[in-house]
Design a protein around this ligand. Structure first.
Ligand SMILES: C[S@@+](CC[C@H](N)C(=O)[O-])C[C@H]1O[C@@H](n2cnc3c(N)ncnc32)[C@H](O)[C@@H]1O
Length: 196
């Protein structure tokens, strides 16, 4: 099982916190606002990196909701832990989505922000299956993938992977983070039928 990730130095973590994330603060706030959370939900942030989007999720989940950061790298997850230490509604899970014990039918939203293209082959199929299982019936799986020939999953590939994981597409749009463009697609579990 191989993944495209490198363990960051402390300087990289600091760079995210001091420069990269402030530059995309408006975008990240908009991303979380677009989820239209009422504050009570359970959200799984798959591939949470240093806690960039989780910071805004933790703020938005202010009526008893919780965010769970899931990441395969102990160093990135350690950075997220430090950054999010002032919040009491954040949990941290270390490991592959298919290997950690994710509770079944629990999360209202799974968010995969700029992550899926970094997970290779069988690991991606297994992870999507596990993430789909952890969604409650009618829950949403929100994917944001960069657009580009060398970067990001193609629409067809993403569609068939999500289909195989038991998820059907409900919307798709192009969004514009500070660097490049991305596809934002929302999927739901097949059953029960849900209005969107
Ligand atoms: C570009 S970062 C995005 C982090 C964060 N979501 C953000 O938008 O800032 C994508 C990360 O996914 C991570 N990744 C790769 N394989 C993974 C896996 N199997 N499970 C979780 N994360 C993985 C890589 O470490 C890579 O750094």
């Amino acid at each position: 099982m191989s993944n495209h990730y490198t363990e960051p130095s402390n300087l990289t973590l600091l760079g995210y916190r001091m420069f990269y994330d402030p530059l995309r603060a408006r975008y990240l706030r908009g991303l979380v606002a677009s989820l239209q959370l009422d504050g009570t939900e359970r959200v799984l942030d798959f591939g949470s990196g240093p806690g960039s989007e989780a910071t805004y999720l933790a703020r938005a989940l202010d009526r008893g909701g919780r965010v769970t950061c899931l990441y395969v790298s102990p160093i990135w997850l350690g950075g997220a832990r430090r950054r999010l230490r002032r919040f009491d509604n954040v949990d941290f899970l270390l490991g592959e989505a298919s290997a950690v014990a994710l509770p079944a039918a629990t999360f209202d939203v799974v968010l995969a922000h700029y992550v899926l293209h970094d997970v290779d082959g069988a690991a991606l199929t297994d992870s999507l299956g596990a993430l789909s299982n952890t969604l409650r019936p009618g829950g949403r799986f929100v994917v944001v993938e960069p657009i580009g020939a060398q970067h990001g999953l193609g629409a067809d590939e993403l569609g068939s992977l999500m289909d195989a994981a038991g998820l059907s597409e409900r919307s798709r749009e192009v969004v514009h983070p500070p660097f490049g463009s991305a596809t934002r697609a929302v999927y739901r579990t097949f059953w029960p039928p849900s209005s969107f």
